[in-house]
Design a protein around this ligand. Structure first.
Ligand code: DC
Length: 228
């Protein structure tokens, strides 16, 4: 099957706005979008449920290709199903985020999940993919790349508000996760070359969406892809 003519990537640290921005931009254009974090969150969740040691790289890599769970793209959220049951509501906690960060350190896990992530670009006209290594490893040939960032306090406040959690505890968990994600040896979080870096600290969601969308429209027009 044909791969997407347009691939856009948005990378960045925890709670930098990647998911909200991706959902809105993809919705505007009618594009598919995927939160690649769902693969790592899903794996961590299923491992915990199945009593698989989340430090055991080989067992985790095996679980990556197990038919007991799958990731499904959808307009509102990237979904995770386990034994046919939709478990999406339970994977977006910071607790599962921390476990996801731990399992994502392992090269064998990353290699096992890479193909499934790339398959998201098959059979769709355009794909917006967000995560940590979308512009560097998953889709290095993406036409337009972004890296969103924001101050640690700001990011913690956003997520704590969403989840009704304590801001300082959230800040500490996110700082730890960002450190793990950017210092690991396999596909660390980093700014892809040619990425547009946007600091969202003092911007509203609408302002970020407008900035990102303006850049996308301009870059696609330059490549004569705006008709898609
Ligand atoms: O974006 P998120 O918070 O849902 O991601 C959860 C964890 O998954 C993140 O802390 C590290 C890992 N992850 C990754 O290693 N590579 C990606 N492309 C996306 C997420």
């Amino acid at each position: 099957m044909r791969s997407a003519s347009i691939i856009i990537t948005i990378d960045g640290p925890a709670a930098s706005g990647k998911t909200s921005v991706s959902r809105l931009i993809a919705g505007r254009h009618g594009w598919a979008w995927v939160s690649t974090g769902a693969f790592y969150r899903g794996l961590a969740y299923v491992a915990l449920k199945e009593h698989i040691n989340i430090q055991d790289e080989v067992a985790l890599a095996k679980l990556c290709v197990s038919p007991i769970w799958r990731v499904v793209m959808a307009a509102e959220r990237t979904q995770v199903f386990m034994h046919g049951e939709d478990v999406t509501d339970t994977i977006y906690s910071e607790e599962i985020g921390s476990a996801a960060s731990l399992v994502s350190q392992f090269p064998q896990v990353r290699a096992s999940l890479l193909n499934a992530q790339r398959l998201c670009a098959t059979g769709v006209n355009a794909l917006l993919a967000e995560g940590r290594d979308c512009g560097t490893v998953v889709f290095p040939l993406a036409q337009v790349k972004f890296y969103l960032t924001a101050g640690t306090r700001d990011r913690a406040e956003r997520r704590a508000r969403e989840q009704g959690a304590n801001v300082e505890e959230m800040r500490q968990a996110q700082v730890k996760r960002d450190y793990q994600d950017s210092s690991r040896r396999a596909a660390p979080m980093q700014i892809p070359s040619q990425a547009h870096v946007i600091d969202t600290t003092s911007l509203t969601l609408e302002q970020v969406v407008e900035q990102v969308d303006d850049i996308i429209r301009k870059e696609l027009a330059e490549r004569s892809l705006s008709h898609l």
